[in-house]
Write a protein that binds this ligand. Sequence first.
Ligand code: NI
Length: 272
Amino acid sequence: MSVPTLIDSHCHLDMEQFDADRAAVLERAQAQGVRLIVNPGIDLRHCRQAIALADTHPQVYAAVGIHPNSSADFAEQTLTQLRQLADHPKVVAIGEIGLDTYWGKVPLRRQAHAFRAQLHMAADLGLPVIIHNRDATADVADILDEWAASARTRNAPLAKRAFWGVLHAFAGDVALAQRAYGWNFVLGLGGPLTFKNARSLHRTAPQLRLDRLMIETDAPYLAPHPLRGKRNEPAYVALVAERLAELLAVPVEEIAARTTAAACSIFGFDCR
Ligand code: NI
């Protein structure tokens, strides 16, 4: 594989918003230098769709997991099915998983149960985790503290890897970033970084470790400025890279190289 220019580390290409023009979307990504795309699932159906896309497109990889907003029916059987899906050679992570109190779709206790169960499965499978956190930072961080300590103590297969996960759509402060480094995590930055009113994120970004950053779109959601409000797509990850370069006052080529290196390391891509 030649050196990838950019990696979209979080994109929901399997969603119906792309049904009409998925091939064109992938072509535009290619043209923008987006060499690889990681497609997390949100429920079992979407996980299967993500894997189907990974099967048909060499540049697409999948993650499997139950999103907190889809965790109402989470059961032991769900975990068994996820484990089977994770066996696929193009599944590179467990996600997206986490907590979401913003939408309030599922009681927090149920969300936390599904979150913990999937975290432990990931540690046992030796796969990194993709974390969704919406208005639940304190609980997410407590659960990750406990999980990382236990993975370390019992020397779980994941403990052999350099990176254990990513805080996707990172919007926290430097203190949270430091806690994340302690879990061997990287931080995923996307469209919100480019929003004109994202002042606290603009202040925080230059204080983050550049060797711990990945870029993402979360497409079809969160399109970056100046496309905010439109459908997002992987090609627009280039706008995130450009804004990050501006905020950190480093060349965009360096942002591309460093974020690609982090993504290759965490997901196990051969990026030489
Ligand atoms: Ni997502």
